[in-house]
Design a protein around this ligand. Structure first.
Ligand SMILES: Cc1ncc(COP(=O)(O)O)c(C=O)c1O
Length: 406
């Protein structure tokens, strides 16, 4: 029997936690599928998915089984040893993608950190020390380590932390001429989110990604796709690059990859991977057996024609209803995104007020996200039941109605 637990409440947060977050007023304590219950027993519908993480909702039986089975076997061995779940998961990812080698980490930022370090190391080894420049997109988001906030295209995340990492250029997204002007023999990598997530759920244009691939090849620069948010079934493809038919050289994955268990991965080719020789990079927990067992089980559910087709169908269901709500209440001008990564763009009258929409939604017992101040974001479970979508959107419509009617 475990010891009795102390009573805690939301107000404790301000007393015991570093104040870098401002969580909602309620504390979720239990989840099942796309429903969540808080401390008071109030039930909410979850369209937030833990910020595009809970790819199979809460307490999915396949993930619970994989986790408990692994928990009874072995939890952690470090990188001094390999382990079965990590090798199995790496094989699955390789079989299903462009990749031939995998590096496991614990988060999206860490997967990107590995990707960026590998790109610089590869260029250093193959072309010499002058080739270290990284081109990244304005408004992009790649994580919160010092390197990844500097590569990310949002000054609010990188200012005020001392000297910037050198050799990073930011150019506008979806603008091939800007890349043509910026790329050179000194460029070691171009990093792109195929769907910009945090800054507004903005998909890349088809011709743009094709053009980026060509420019990278012409300049011997590696193309890194950050699929931390767009990956692992989120767009109705295992990875969004498969929707575009444009292969990267390096891909980072996290969020949905673990279905709620922390894990990140960097995928690449054998030729590039060989430059991360023993000792060049590492992390104690990377490839943790618990994380890899859960992720492997999530892969088996998600990477099936039924689930991936379901994601595309559920996109249409969301989009049609959100467009209707947008028109009826004059709140959205556009509903965009791929699969179950959906952004509803606020109309001029509501610009800057995404947080107000979130708060109104929470009052009606539906959890949604924002993607910047002007976009309401939906990133639910990839297997959310249609009935939950409909009921959640009924609740969401009530929230919009009460907000717009003041
Ligand atoms: C595209 C993208 N890259 C990287 C990250 C960072 O991932 P993590 O928070 O797991 O470090 C995020 C998180 O929102 C993301 O959306």
């Amino acid at each position: 029997m475990s010891a009795p637990q102390a009573q805690v409440q939301r107000s404790d947060f301000d007393q015991v936690m570093v104040p870098n977050y401002s969580p909602a007023a309620f504390i979720p304590v239990r989840g099942q599928g796309s429903r969540v219950w808080d401390q008071s027993g109030r039930e909410l519908i979850d369209f937030a998915g833990g910020i595009a993480v809970n790819s199979l909702g809460h307490a999915h039986p396949a993930l619970v089984e994989a986790l408990t089975e692994q928990a009874n076997k072995i939890w952690h061995v470090s990188n001094v040893f390999t382990n079965e779940p990590a090798l199995r998961l790496a094989k699955k990812l390789i079989d299903a993608t462009f990749a031939e080698r995998v590096f496991f980490a614990n988060s999206g930022a860490e997967a990107n950190e590995a990707a960026l370090k590998l790109a610089r190391r590869y260029a250093h080894d193959v072309y010499g020390p002058e080739k270290y420049e990284i081109i990244s997109m304005v408004n992009s988001f790649h994580g919160r380590t010092l390197f990844t906030v500097n590569v990310g295209g949002q000054a609010k995340y990188s200012d005020g932390f001392g000297p910037k990492v050198e050799g990073i250029t930011h150019i506008p997204f979806n603008d091939l001429d800007a890349l043509k002007a910026a790329i050179s023999a000194r460029t070691c990598a171009v990093i792109i989110e195929p769907v910009q997530g945090e800054s507004g759920v903005l998909p890349a244009d088809q011709a743009y990604l094709e053009g980026v691939r060509k420019l990278c090849d012409e300049n011997n620069a590696l193309l890194i796709f950050d699929e931390v948010q767009s990956g692992f079934g989120r767009t109705g493809y295992l990875y969004a690059y498969q929707h575009y038919g444009v292969n990267p050289d390096i891909l980072s994955s996290a969020k949905s990859l673990g279905g709620g268990f922390p894990i990140g991965a960097m995928l690449t080719t054998a030729k590039i991977a060989e430059h991360l020789v023993v000792g060049t990079h590492g992390t104690t927990y990377g490839g943790n057996p618990l994380a890899c067992a859960v992720s492997g089980a999530a892969f088996d559910v998600i990477n099936t024609p039924e689930v991936l087709a379901g994601v595309k169908a559920k996109h249409e269901r969301f989009k049609a209803r959100l467009e209707k709500i947008g028109a009826e209440y004059g709140i959205f001008t556009q509903v965009r995104g791929l699969g179950l990564l959906i952004g509803a763009v606020l109309s001029d009258a509501w610009k800057g007020k995404a947080k107000d929409v979130l708060n109104a939604a929470e009052k009606e017992a539906v959890m949604v996200l924002q993607a910047g101040p002007d976009v309401v974001r939906f990133a639910p479970s990839l297997v959310i039941a249609d009935a939950d979508i409909d009921e959640g959107l009924d609740r969401f419509e009530r929230a919009v109605a009460s907000l717009t009617r003041g």
